[in-house]
Design a protein around this ligand. Structure first.
Ligand code: PLP
Length: 242
């Protein structure tokens, strides 16, 4: 089996090639290593291979790993899963970015928790701005049961993030419908890029978080600036034990 370091090198090379094909630079695409269900030691290995940005879906798991890996000073945790309002206080303390804000309620609660939280803040992703970078998650194909705001209801969620002085509206995020063929995600990636254009373009929404192991090269072709890759780096996920 290839090591995590070898996988990281391979994924980086594929990202660079896809960026160049799209007329962009490799540095313009951020790799977020999705480490949900992986043990802390796997993140340590990826950190040693140069990765700094890690994506976690479950707030409690993120908190446990933040504790176990507190010595890795440059590690940044990105919250990428559905966030319940009552977990906002943990993210205010621990997250470098949140990719999955999908309601004005959650934006308000994150803002409130940040303004009342004391002590050191974790390092921020996407530059030195001290505000918490926030992506609004879009349910791009309007799938029932899926989290994310529907494309039609996006405007008030964007505005709710902009109203919070402690949040920085950073971009849009999506998880397209599951398909057997990676190419099935392409129209959804393109739809998210178009949605950005309709809501202020890259000035208001500089980043697009889209693309996973199966389809990140297609996402980059459609304009992704952040890809969230788990399996290609860490291998198949151990099953969650609950
Ligand atoms: C699990 C997950 C990923 C990574 O998936 P892989 O197919 O393992 O690369 C990316 N984004 C989200 C929101 C996820 O839940």
């Amino acid at each position: 089996m290839p090591t995590i370091a070898e996988n990281v090198a391979e994924v980086r090379a594929r990202i660079a090639a896809a960026a160049v094909r799209a007329g962009r630079r490799a540095e313009d695409v951020l790799l977020v290593a999705v480490s949900k269900t992986q043990p802390a030691d796997a993140l340590r290995e990826a950190y040693a291979a140069g990765l700094r940005d890690f994506g976690e879906n479950y707030v409690q798991e993120l908190a446990q790993k933040a504790d176990a890996l507190a010595d890795l000073r440059e590690l940044r945790f990105h919250a990428i899963g559905h966030v319940q309002r009552n977990k906002a206080k943990f993210l205010a303390r621990l997250a470098a970015a949140v990719h999955s804000v999908d309601s004005p309620d959650l934006a308000r609660e994150l803002g409130r928790r940040l303004s009342s939280s004391e002590g050191a803040r974790p390092p921020r992703a996407f530059g030195d701005d001290p505000r918490l970078p926030v992506f609004v998650e879009v349910n791009i194909a309007n799938e029932p049961q899926k989290s994310g705001v529907s494309p039609e209801a996006l405007a008030p969620v964007l505005e709710s993030v902009e109203r919070e002085p402690e949040l920085r509206l950073t971009g849009l995020m999506c998880v397209p419908p599951f398909g057997d063929d990676a190419r099935s995600a392409i129209p959804h990636f393109e739809a998210l890029a178009e949605l950005r254009e309709r809501h202020g373009g890259a000035t208001r929404l500089p980043e697009l978080s889209m693309g996973m192991t199966a389809d990140f090269e297609h996402a980059i072709a459609a304009g992704a600036s952040v890809v969230r890759v788990g399996t290609a780096i860490f291998g198949a996920r151990p099953k969650r034990s609950e």
